[in-house]
Design a protein around this ligand. Structure first.
Ligand code: ZN
Length: 210
């Protein structure tokens, strides 16, 4: 049993927002009441960026709970709905890859929120997850604290790919929690393509209007 499966075993299925217990077969991770506050991003024709929900007050609360209140089970639940969406849109990839955190930050938080969601997508879709390949080599400032131009500068050369021929000719689905200006995924994409990947598209939980 993997750690995340174990976490789900201890914590019952409950609404990620208000903690209401959901019945076992419930597919979503939101209760009916909270579902009304979700703002779904309409389907776009852009095949490089997929996002699911607008980053409104409710999603801000969910992500905060997930990242800062040490609630990895919340990420598994969110990963599950991302996986459903991934399959529903018939997205095809050879690998699932999470936007990596700088190792010191990850050690402090105890987990990488994007990895937890990517793990769930990988498990449900059957697409293998790419581990320890794309790494964050710069301890960057949180993007949320910066303006558009500074964001781009902040993540420039922040990522690197460990020499690896796994990527040759492959399509990668890059997973992240919030898409704002796209600087982070662009920077990761550049590294993956330079290391042989044929195509990279990003699949993010939230779309923020900045
Ligand atoms: Zn709820």
């Amino acid at each position: 049993m993997f750690l995340f499966d174990f976490i789900k075993f201890i914590y019952p299925n409950k609404c990620v927002l208000c903690d209401e217990i959901l019945n076992f077969s419930y597919k979503s991770c939101f209760c009916d009441k909270c579902k009304k506050n979700i703002d779904v991003v309409p389907y776009s024709k852009d095949e490089d960026i997929y996002t699911m929900f607008y980053y409104n007050e409710m999603m801000r609360h969910v992500i905060h709970k997930f990242k800062f209140n040490n609630n990895p089970w919340c990420g598994s639940a969110l990963g599950k709905i991302m996986a459903d969406e991934f399959l529903m849109r018939s997205l095809k990839a050879d690998y699932i890859c999470a936007v990596p955190m700088f190792y010191k930050k990850q050690r402090k938080r105890g987990f990488n929120q994007s990895y937890i969601m990517a793990y769930e997508i990988s498990k449900i879709s059957g697409i293998p997850i790419l581990k320890n390949t794309l790494i964050r080599v710069k301890d960057t400032i949180a993007q949320s604290k910066l303006g558009y131009k500074e964001r781009e500068e902040n993540v420039k050369d922040a990522f690197s790919v460990k020499k690896n021929n796994l990527l040759n000719g492959k399509t990668i689905a890059l997973i992240d929690d919030i898409y704002t200006t796209g600087s982070t995924v662009k920077s990761c994409t550049k590294e993956l393509i330079n290391s042989g990947a044929k195509r990279v598209f990003s699949f993010c939980l939230c779309l923020s209007s900045h």
